[in-house]
Each structure stands twice: as C-alpha cells, then as structure tokens.
Ligand binder design. Structure first.
Ligand SMILES: [Fe+2]
Length: 421
C-alpha cells in the first residue's frame, strides 16, 4: 500500500496556523494548502485504485462502509463545511448527495441509514468521480481566491477536512479487508503487500516515571479537539512493555484454552466470545493444525514473531489477565511514548488501553455541526493509541486518541501490556 507522505501542512507553520510561526506571504500559504489538498485527495484515489467497481459497492457489515461511499463522504464533508459556508453563490453539486453521504452530523440534516450504504449502486463510481472532481476544483478555487481576512477560518476548516479524509483513508483499507475476508476465494487487496517489520531488540518491560505528567495536545501542530486540553495526570509506579504482544504469545493463549476459560474474561467479553464463537483473533483460520490469517495480500500463514492484530478490547483484556498483566491506561501509554520508552508506537497496530473514551478535564466540543465530530461519542468506547499500518503517513501523533467499541476487531488493533508492583 502506498505510504507516501500526505502531511497536509508541508509549507505552513508547524503550529497549524499558516504563517503564524514562520511568517510567509498569503500566496505561499495558498500554495501550501493547495499542495496539501491535492496530496490527500490523490492518496484516497490511490488507495481505491486497487479496487474494482464491484469491490467499491460492497458493505460487509454495518460498521464498515463501501469504498465508493468513503470517497463520496469525504467529498461531501468539504462541500458541506467548507464550500457552502465559504462561497456565497456555491451550488450543491447534486441535491440528493447530502442525504446519501452525510455520516452522522445531525445538525447538517437527515441522512441515509448507515447499515444500508451498500445498497446504493447509484450514483455509480463515475458519478462519484465527477463529484470529487467538481468539489476539488471548487476547493482549489476557494484556496486561490479567499480574501485575506477570511483565510484563517477557511484554512482551518480545510485542515480539518484533510485530517478527516485521512481517517477515511484508513477505514477504506480496514473495511475492504473485512469485505474480502468474507469471500471464500480470499482476494488480495495488493498481492505484493507485506506486513511492516516490528522493531528488533530486547523485549521486556520498562519503568515509566511515576508522578504528575502532562498529556494531551500541547499546541504544536494539528490536533482533533478530543486531544485537548493539555492536562495533568498522575502516573503510578508501573512498567510498560517495550514491544507489542506477538502472534506467538497469542497462540500460547489459545493453546492454553484462553477462549474457553470464563475466568479470564470480562462478563461482556465472555458473552461476546460465546455469541460470536470466537476461538482466535479476527481473520484467523486453522487449516491442518496451522493458523492462517486474512491479510491485505490475501490468506497468509501467521508469523509467530509478528505483532498480533484484529483483536477486540475484550480479547486484549483477557490476554492481559492470562499473562498476569494489565493494559496500560492512555496516560501511562502517552507518558511512556513521549519518553521514548516504546518500540513500534506507530505504523503497525493501534494499541488498546484500559481507558474509557472520556472527555479530558475541561474539554469543550466546537460550536455547530463540527462539534459533533468527536464529543458525542464519548461514552461506551475504549481508547486506542499509536497508529496502524493503514494510517496515512503524517497522520500519527503521540496525543492521538482513537476509539472503538470493545467488541470491535476489524481495525488493525493490537496489544501492549503493562505491569504494576
Ligand atoms: Fe467521516
């Protein structure tokens, strides 16, 4: 998979405010945003280019969305939040599209039911390509012509749109992998794809400095609102694993009857194991006593040295209990990552933490529809930290808070353990 740089701010201030940290002309700022916009939009199309028109329609479960929907939805986001408010005479490309491609923004109007996105064969792929081209041209026109006094607010929304599209670039990959995993012929997204190599070196646990530490976004570069405010957290005396839990360690858990031992599981986790018939991580399949896993290159034998992925929070928690360990809290994870204590922080698998996805002290969601981006999901989900092999380059941050429901395992989600005195 392409992991070309898609950092949206190549020529703008590192504090996320164009020209504020490194003063530059408005023309230079415009050029920086235009280049960033093109790079992010191109990356989405590059990821979708491996997929046929049929691939792009399918929705394999309610949590996943069709690739064609992702391509259209991120385009709607720019149209809804940037073009409509930013261009006085902007005309919606197709009046039917906002209903089809609004995801969850109640304030932006009614929307199609999420579990039925796969039923939308029209507009077809060419129509969506036309939508993208139309919005691309309009956004670039806005970047070139926005008045100086409006530039900050326009580029702020543009920046959110770019980071939003990068999030969907990752989902495009995880969602098509889930679709392909339902296909008995085990299709490859990219036959030449190879998993990222984990860092070598001594394994084991490292001491995290205890005491009061500040975590969250500290004002340098872009962040989502859920990473704020920067605030104090009390870190107890504890140690955290330098490396991620491996497939070999997971096979030990399976062989020891981990999936058949209720005492290892949270009540909801055990109920899920029973209901879903889980006996191994997501996409694993046993053939002639050997484990295989569905990957972006199709069905492959598992590598015992590779980090495990496609495990739910429930499974991560059970494995930790089996090992006599714990999952780190997100604060413990962040303090350790900031101190450079961890290997494979980014680029392999998101790491479940034992932290519920809650607002940081003093958190306030933005006003208006964009305030729905993160804040309204702060219940019943768990935080994952780091990034995965599907995360676009330049999108990862040490303060980044990903979040999913505890049974979810179609993401590239893995485990890093913690231990206490
Ligand atoms: Fe979205």
């Amino acid at each position: 998979m392409a992991r070309s740089s898609v950092s949206p701010r190549p020529r703008v201030g590192a504090n996320g405010a164009p020209g504020r940290l490194y003063p530059q002309s408005l023309d230079e700022t415009r050029a920086g945003w235009r280049d960033a916009f093109r790079r992010v939009r191109d990356e989405t199309e590059a990821r979708a280019a491996n997929l046929s028109a049929e691939d792009q329609i399918v929705q394999s479960m309610a949590d996943a969305s069709p690739a064609k929907w992702h391509r259209a939805h991120v385009t709607w986001f720019f149209e809804q939040f940037l073009l409509v408010p930013g261009i006085a005479d902007y005309k919606i490309y197709d009046e039917r599209f906002p209903f089809l491609f609004n995801s969850y923004y109640v304030a932006a109007g009614p929307r199609h039911a999420r579990p039925q996105r796969g039923l939308i064969t029209r507009p077809n792929g060419a129509d969506v390509a036309g939508y993208r081209a139309h919005v691309d041209a309009a956004v670039e026109r806005l970047i070139e012509t926005v008045r100086a006094e409006d530039a900050d607010s326009v580029f702020k929304i543009l920046e959110i749109g770019l980071h939003h599209e990068q999030q969907h670039q990752e989902l495009l990959i995880t969602d098509i992998l889930h679709a392909f995993a339902q296909n008995p012929t085990d299709p490859a997204y990219d036959p030449d794809w190879e998993p990222p190599k984990p860092t070598q070196g001594p394994r084991g646990f490292v001491e995290v400095p205890s005491g009061i530490h500040r975590i969250g976004h500290d004002g340098d570069g872009y962040c989502f609102d859920n990473e704020t405010p920067f605030h104090d957290e009390l870190i107890p005396s504890m140690r955290i694993a330098r490396h991620l839990v491996t497939i070999g360690e997971w096979i030990e858990f399976i062989a020891a009857g981990g999936y058949a031992t209720p005492s290892l599981w949270l009540s909801d986790g055990w109920a899920t194991v029973q209901a879903e018939g889980w006996q191994a991580p997501g996409y694993w399949r046993e053939q002639d006593g050997l484990w295989f896993s569905m990957t972006l290159a199709g069905l492959k034998p598992v590598d015992p040295a590779a980090p495990v992925m496609h495990v739910s929070y429930y499974e991560a928690d059970a494995l930790a209990r089996f090992a006599g360990k714990h999952l780190p809290s997100e604060a413990e994870w962040e303090v350790a990552a900031r101190a450079g204590l961890l290997a494979d922080v980014f680029g392999i698998a998101w790491q479940w933490t034992r932290s519920a996805y809650l607002p940081y002290p003093g958190y306030r969601a933005a006003e208006g529809a964009l305030g729905e981006y993160n804040g309204k999901f702060m219940v019943n989900q768990m935080v994952l930290r780091g990034s995965s092999l599907a995360t676009p380059a330049g999108h990862e941050r040490v303060s980044y808070r990903n979040f999913f429901y505890p049974p979810s395992r179609w993401q590239f989600s893995g485990v890093r353990l913690a231990e206490f005195n």
